[in-house]
Each structure stands twice: as structure tokens, then as C-alpha cells.
Design a protein around this ligand. Structure first.
Ligand SMILES: *[C@@H]1O[C@H](CO)[C@@H](O)[C@H](O)[C@H]1NC(C)=O
Length: 313
């Protein structure tokens, strides 16, 4: 190891939470609580879906996958942040930083692809109800999930590989609480042109394609719902989509805040707040959004907790 370049050995400093030391206990408490709630909420969702055969439908399988991805997402970011705040040791090794960046991208992209798959699932269920079981067969579902895994790993791997070519010569201080792409890009002193072009291409692929899928699915859904004559029917159909729509809005809204600004004008402040929202808050809220608005999910959760019938109907 000693023969390695000094730059590689020294690693980085994650200075996201180092500025206001008097807020340390508050931050620590807040993050710990949000972390535990996220783990518990998503774990319960996975258990509830796994243990109730009547929830073994594509929609709930995808939801369980989303919960799994959200759990991994939080585990990639928050424990390291908690240790940083607690010990005030903000260092992270070069390899650790790239590994964190890689997994962060994998989970974020998977969230993105799964949300598109879930929108497509709702489209088929609502607009082509007679073909639902044939279109969304078990093999098709598995294929959609597998394709999402493959794409996110390929995209994340190519960017991480390009990132390993960079040298970081000036500063090693990242004004962020985890190794994210824009702040690392700002520190690099090599030519980042190839990286930026690749990143833009991947952003278009992974942003525009799933988002178009979501928008088209919902355009068809709204069109179908408007043709339902009864208000009750409209409400029932729409209630199965509203949770998903809420999650989609939260996810893309914060993502656009962070990544759709040129890296020259990347501001650490807004970037960090938006990052906290989609790495910590969104994965925490997803289980609540889904289970509070969904009767089947609520009942399954209550039964899992041993309460029997759902007391709030
Ligand atoms: C993810 O989805 C696939 C395909 O529907 C399903 O077989 C699998 O059990 C799901 N994984 C989890 C963790 O729920």
C-alpha cells in the first residue's frame, strides 16, 4: 500500500455536518430517529406483503422491491453520516467514497426504474383490466425487476469507472454528508469532459425514459378515469394511484433540485437540503404514504402486529 500515490491514500473529508457543532446532538437525534423509522417502516411493509398471500400481486411485489431498495438506500448513506456526526471524524477513504457513490447511484436509479415499472403496472391494471393477468404474469414481473437491476448497475458502474480516472489534487474536502457525484466532480482537477458527457447521456436515459413512462401511464389513466360515469368509481380507481403519484412527485421533485443545475452553479446548501430529503426523508415516507392510504396494506400491517382487525376503518 505504501507505494500507492499519496492522493489515493489520503481519501476525503465529508464536511456536510461539521459547520454548526452546537447542533450536533439535534442532528444526531433527528437522523437516528429517521433512520430507525425508515428501517422499521420498510421492514414491516416487506413482512406484511411476504406473509399475506392475498397481497402476492404484481403491485405489492413491486412495492416490496421498492421498500427493499429504500432500505438499502438509507443504509448506504445514513450510518456513515451518524458516525461522522457522533465521532466528528469526517474522513472517508478514497475506495470507501467510490463504493458509497456507486451504491448510492444504484439505489437511486433502481428507485427511479421501479417507480416507472409501478406506473406501468397501474396503467395495465386500470386501462387494460381484462389483460392484466396475461400482461403482468410472474415472468414479466421478474423480467422488469431484473432489467431495472441490470440497467442501474451498468449505469452506476460506468460512471464510477470513469471517476476512478480522476485525480484530486487541490482540496479533499467535500461540502456534503456523503460522496455524491456533483461535489466530487467539483474537486476533480483532471479533464472531466468525457465524464460530463457520459453523465448527461445517462441522466437523459435514466431520467427521461422512466419519467416519460410515468407521464404516459398517468395520461392514459386520467383519460380512462374521466370516462367512468360514477363518482364512486372514479374515486376508487384514483385512490389506488394517488400514493404512487405522491411518491413519484416527491422523488423527481427533489432529484431535479439537485441534479438539473450546471455543476458550476452547484450550491452546497440547496444540494444538501434536497439530498437529505431524497436520501433520508423520501425512503422514510414511502411506507407511510403507501400504507396509510391503502386499506389492504393497513389490514395486513395490523394483522402482522397481532391486532387482528384494523381498528381505524
Ligand atoms: C421483487 O419482485 C419480484 C417480481 O415480482 C418478486 O418475485 C420478488 O419477491 C420481489 N422482491 C421482494 C424483496 O419483495
Amino acid at each position: 500500500m505504501e507505494t500507492r500515490n499519496h492522493t489515493i491514500l489520503s481519501g476525503f473529508l465529508l464536511l456536510g455536518f461539521s459547520e454548526h457543532p452546537q447542533q450536533r446532538p439535534l442532528l444526531l437525534g433527528l437522523f437516528l430517529v429517521m433512520y430507525l423509522v425508515t428501517l422499521l417502516g420498510n421492514l414491516l411493509i416487506m413482512l406484511a406483503i411476504g406473509s399475506h398471500p392475498h397481497l402476492h400481486t404484481p403491485m405489492y411485489f413491486f412495492l416490496a422491491n421498492l421498500s427493499f431498495v429504500d432500505t438499502c438506500f438509507t443504509c448506504t448513506i445514513v450510518p456513515k453520516g451518524l458516525v461522522d456526526i457522533h465521532t466528528q471524524d469526517h474522513s472517508i477513504s478514497y475506495t470507501g467514497c467510490l463504493i458509497q457513490m456507486y451504491f448510492f447511484m444504484v439505489w437511486a436509479l433502481l428507485d427511479d426504474f421501479l417507480l416507472a415499472v409501478m406506473a406501468y403496472d397501474r396503467y395495465v391494471a386500470i386501462c387494460l383490466p381484462l389483460h392484466y393477468t396475461t400482461v403482468m404474469g410472474p415472468r414479466r414481473c421478474l423480467l422488469l425487476v431484473a432489467a431495472s437491476w441490470l440497467c442501474s448497475n451498468l449505469l452506476a458502474f460506468s460512471l464510477t469507472l470513469l471517476m476512478t480516472q480522476f485525480s484530486f489534487c487541490a482540496s479533499h474536502s467535500i461540502p456534503h454528508f456523503f460522496c455524491d457525484v456533483p461535489p466530487l466532480l467539483k474537486l476533480a482537477c483532471s479533464d472531466t469532459h468525457t465524464f460530463q458527457v457520459t453523465m448527461l447521456t445517462e441522466a437523459v436515459l435514466s431520467g427521461v425514459v422512466p419519467l416519460t413512462c410515468v407521464l404516459l401511464s398517468y395520461a392514459h389513466i386520467v383519460h380512462t378515469v374521466l370516462r367512468i360515469p360514477s363518482a364512486g368509481g372514479k374515486h376508487k380507481v384514483f385512490s389506488t394511484c394517488s400514493s404512487h403519484l405522491t411518491v413519484v412527485t416527491l422523488f423527481y421533485g427533489t432529484l431535479f433540485l439537485v441534479y438539473f443545475q450546471p455543476s458550476s452553479s452547484y450550491s452546497a446548501g440547496t444540494g444538501m437540503v434536497a439530498s437529505v430529503v431524497y436520501t433520508v426523508v423520501t425512503p422514510m415516507l414511502n411506507p407511510f404514504i403507501y400504507s396509510l392510504r391503502n386499506k389492504d396494506m393497513k389490514q395486513a400491517l395490523w394483522r402482522l402486529l397481532g391486532v387482528g382487525q384494523c381498528p381505524i376503518e
